[in-house]
Ligand binder design. Sequence first.
Ligand SMILES: Cc1cc2nc3c(=O)[nH]c(=O)nc-3n(C[C@H](O)[C@H](O)[C@H](O)COP(=O)(O)OP(=O)(O)OC[C@H]3O[C@@H](n4cnc5c(N)ncnc54)[C@H](O)[C@@H]3O)c2cc1C
Length: 243
Amino acid sequence: MLGKMGLRPYSIYEIKELTHGESDSPRIVSFKMRPKDGQKFNFVPGMFSSLFLNPNDKLFRSYSIASSPTEDHLEFMIELINGRFTSLLANLKEGDEIYVSEPRGAFLYEPSDKHNDLFLAAGIGIAPFFSMLRYLKSKNMKRNVYLFYSIKHKDDIVNLSELEGYKELGLNIIYTVTRDAENEPWSGERGRINMQMIQKHSGDFVSRTVYLCGGIRFVKDIVEELKSEGIADEEIKRDIWGE
Ligand SMILES: Cc1cc2nc3c(=O)[nH]c(=O)nc-3n(C[C@H](O)[C@H](O)[C@H](O)COP(=O)(O)OP(=O)(O)OC[C@H]3O[C@@H](n4cnc5c(N)ncnc54)[C@H](O)[C@@H]3O)c2cc1C
């Protein structure tokens, strides 16, 4: 079934599987869904869809797709912040209907033979990178990728064991905590992702294609730093989520 959001058509998907949080990321809920009519959806890892609870409602929010296009469902990873939309999402049950726009966006993962990748994720900005990593795994594509992933607290890491599993494909992960106390035991980095941290772990970062996702401050600051290090604007792909 198709509806319209402005001029854009959207398909209606029914939630078939709804997982409430991972034990290691209590505020993040994974919503998995399949189209009611079995219709196929095509997208490139990095794209997002808009979710509506009511097709006549003007209230909607956009969410990056976390599943791979090779999977038979769509998955979204949503941080429940008790805002206007997320407080409604929190009440959804398995089997409820949800309305999903056609996937879209300009943040497209295009693995290239010429360049290795550098992924930079702040908080729930990790969601599109799950789509990319799941896609690589489904295609058994081994790539030299560095992922810098900042979380407030070490327990906020989403799907830790899944992420660790991608090391087999060539993924190097640097976790950094921004809010944990200095005296708490932790073997990763501390503080926001910055150039010194990137240089320390990935000395060849200038030759990589950069993909970054998170809040506007994080993205703007790091883009400026990357450009001042000589990375061309077209090699910096970004997804900005507002504040
Ligand atoms: C392209 C795109 C992709 C996105 N992908 C995702 C995704 O994969 N997962 C996801 O969880 N969100 C994602 N977002 C953000 C999402 O669209 C909503 O903005 C978010 O869920 C808050 O909606 P809300 O109606 O509950 O909050 P609102 O009522 O709109 O906002 C409430 C207040 O909370 C603040 N706020 C917003 N986000 C946070 C936060 N994370 N923590 C604390 N305060 C916050 C806002 O600044 C605002 O002041 C994406 C946004 C865009 C534009």
